[in-house]
Design a protein around this ligand. Sequence first.
Ligand SMILES: *[C@@H]1O[C@H](CO)[C@@H](O)[C@H](O)[C@H]1NC(C)=O
Length: 255
Amino acid sequence: MALYLFCLLLAITFIFMQTLADTSCTDCFIHSRAAYYPNSEEHGTDIGACGFGSFGATVNGGDVSAASSLYRNGVGCGACYQVRCTNSVYCSENGVTAVITDQGSSDNTDFILSKHAFSRMAQTTDAAASLLALGVVDIEYRRVACSYPDKNITIKIDESSNNPYYLAFVIWYQQGRRDITAVQLCETQNFVCQLLDRSHGAVWTTTSPPSGPLSLRMLFSDEEEGEETWVVPVNNIPGDWKAGETYDSGVQVNQ
Ligand SMILES: *[C@@H]1O[C@H](CO)[C@@H](O)[C@H](O)[C@H]1NC(C)=O
């Protein structure tokens, strides 16, 4: 009897450990659904909620997506996800890696992919046509590192900016799988810094940008590890920054 109880206890402990392992597993796929932008071109949309502009439509070869809860009030903008559909007749093993550039949901979906990205989940062009005809499909997804070979993190000054009264910008080409959760703008000369507001999506703004060359500090947060690191670009944003311009930060991250 005692042995029986002992074995039962062992079995319960084992099942409990398994459950713990499942919930703490960072690389596991999560089940969900995905649709694609109706009436869209192959790539994504220029007016995505992240505020990336045309970059948000064409980055990553147009493999972009709107996210529902993964949008996380804009923190999820620029995050990369491996998304694969689960119908073994049509779907490829690897699926597609898509970048979040917009917010949206449709019929219990976590992703509204660009048509290009949605089609990329298929094994063949014929299978892609079948997937597109379905409109919404069952998928599995997981967060993965973004990769932009030969690109540094780049600051794109938003068209709404007006030197010296108002500065708004987005951050392009952030590799890895961390979130940028805070940005400071510093006067290069005096090193006086101010914390910027995330006005919406991926857009950081201030109504009182300091004059002269500016240096940024970006806080990279790793949700899984609970780690935070400030990353400081090599290059400054010049004092005569202009709306619509892009500035190479001179740095890149790999995690
Ligand atoms: C990235 O920045 C470094 C300077 O830190 C520079 O040497 C390099 O050319 C830049 N790479 C690209 C692709 O612009």
